[in-house]
Ligand binder design. Structure first.
Ligand code: GDP
Ligand code: IMO
Ligand code: MG
Length: 423
């Protein structure tokens, strides 16, 4: 069986967690392939809200296996907290959660390095989630990292000490004010490592290979969004992994010719948290309304998300890079009540009109060109059938499908599992 992918097409927080949860009943295995606790995936069902950071969003379905793939970076401390929350919900994760031995470990000093690097950058900071993501992937590509499989070796603590010492020297090199008590952080870390080691650690690429051979259905769950991709995103204001479709191949060990459907998720408007260019960003009442109605605060850091109109130029780019086969439009309900909706269909760039994403999308280089759409007044949150959707929403969707040459198969009209319209 081919492996289906689900990934965000914007700057993250598109609603990936919700849709993975909705789709899990169709899959045997849900597998995260990149990122780490910088992610915050929100699921809402039975009147409860759950936020997952490293654990795949299929974990609440008893029959699904949830795999943390080799491309993911794991902070044992945050991981343990997630497990504790699952235990409160009586989720039997010992049975359903598998972890790749090749996934890399975020050390306490990686987090400190992230903070030191951001402080040293001052105004030019990335706006990272301060979870140690950049430094951990740097150690991975620098071939210095510690992997889950290392924790099973007798001498891993020596390797740990050497790396932590090096990190401390690097933190001093930054010469910035960072307060920390490493002993305390390490106590918490070593306790959490014990919990991590008690879970089912596997050679996940072999597991995925056999599962495919056995006809099991697999959904790979992306984190972040395509515009945060280390290669194709708005560098350097990006994360440190490949968030696009190719990341699923390297982050799970799935061959490119074994990828099936690619589900691309986008909000009916655009948000971004952290620094970096955002051509359609709004600084007016419309932006405030989106933030307020959409409760646009980060699920991991609580920071307010910047809001703006849908950017079709960027969305088209993301569809191309990922080979999206089906689109899913989220938070359509948030746009109810706007008299006019705008979609950016081109950029003014160096005196020319262009419809592709150029190298540099800083505000001084690009000016969005908008197409207006009539808004709808109806509340969508109680709708469950496509036939109930207002004409104006249908016109908005039809335009996007035509421009993106891809069908929109799900329209999400609220945070709850049930608030999902299949088309
Ligand atoms: P993810 O990182 O892509 O999983 O997305 P987040 O969980 O960080 O952010 C999405 C937010 O929007 C969460 O608070 C969700 O509960 C919420 N959400 C998801 N879909 C919808 C929707 O269709 N309408 C509304 N109003 N909220 C939604
Ligand atoms: P989910 O999976 C939104 C952003 C940060 C920052 C940049 C780099 O919930 O969609 P990092 O900590 O990765 O070094 O931060 O990337 N960022 C996200 N923004 N959603 C996310 O994940 C994000 N993960 C990282 O805000 O701008
Ligand atoms: Mg999120």
């Amino acid at each position: 069986m081919a492996v289906d992918l689900l990934l965000g097409l914007q700057w993250g927080d598109e609603g990936k967690g919700k849709i993975v949860d909705v789709l899990t009943s169709k899959y045997n295995i849900i597998a995260r392939f990149q990122g780490g606790p910088n992610a915050g995936h929100t699921l809402v069902f039975n009147g409860m809200k759950h936020v997952l950071h490293t654990i795949p969003s299929g974990i609440f379905h008893e029959d699904a296996i949830n795999l943390v793939g080799n491309g993911v970076v794991i902070d044992p401390v945050i991981f343990k907290k997630e497990l504790d929350k699952l235990a409160e919900q009586h989720v039997d994760y010992k049975k359903s959660l598998y972890i790749s031995r090749k996934a890399h470990i975020i050390l306490p000093t990686h987090r400190l390095l992230d903070a030191a690097s951001e402080t040293a950058k001052g105004k030019a900071k990335i706006g990272s989630t301060l979870k140690g993501i950049g430094p951990t992937y740097m150690d991975k590509t620098g071939r210095n990292g510690i992997r889950v499989g290392d924790l099973e070796l007798a001498d891993w603590k020596e390797k740990y000490r050497a790396l932590a010492n090096k990190h401390e020297a690097m933190i001093n090199f930054y010469n910035v004010e960072i307060q920390y008590d490493l002993k305390e952080l390490e106590n918490e870390f070593f306790e959490a490592v014990k919990v991590l080691k008690s879970l089912k650690l596997i050679d996940s690429e072999e597991y995925i290979f056999q599962a495919q051979k056995d006809g099991k259905t697999i959904l790979a769950e992306g984190a972040q969004g395509s515009l945060l991709d280390i290669d194709f995103g708005t560098y350097p204001f990006v994360t440190s992994s490949n968030t696009t479709a190719a990341g699923a191949c390297t982050g799970l060990g799935v061959a490119p010719n074994k990828i099936g459907d690619v589900f691309g998720i986008f909000k009916a408007y655009t948000t971004r948290v952290g620094s970096g260019p955002f051509p359609t960003e709004l600084f007016d009442k419309d932006g405030e309304t989106m933030a307020k109605v959409g409760h646009e605060f980060g699920a991991t850091t609580g920071r307010p998300r910047r809001c703006g109109w849908l950017d079709l130029v960027a969305l088209k780019y993301a569809c191309q890079v990922n080979g999206v086969t089906q689109l899913m439009m989220m938070k359509a309900d948030v746009l109810s009540g706007f008299k006019t909706l705008k979609v950016c269909t081109a950029y003014k760039y160096k005196g020319e009109t262009i419809t592709h994403l150029p190298y540099n999308i800083e505000p001084e280089n690009v000016e969005p060109i908008y197409t207006d759409f009539k808004g709808w007044a109806a509340d969508l949150t109680e709708m469950s059938e496509a036939s109930q959707m207002p004409d104006e929403l249908n016109a908005y969707i039809a335009f996007l499908e035509k421009e993106l040459e891809t069908p929109i198969t799900i329209v999400s009209v609220g945070p709850d599992r049930k608030q999902t319209i299949f088309r």
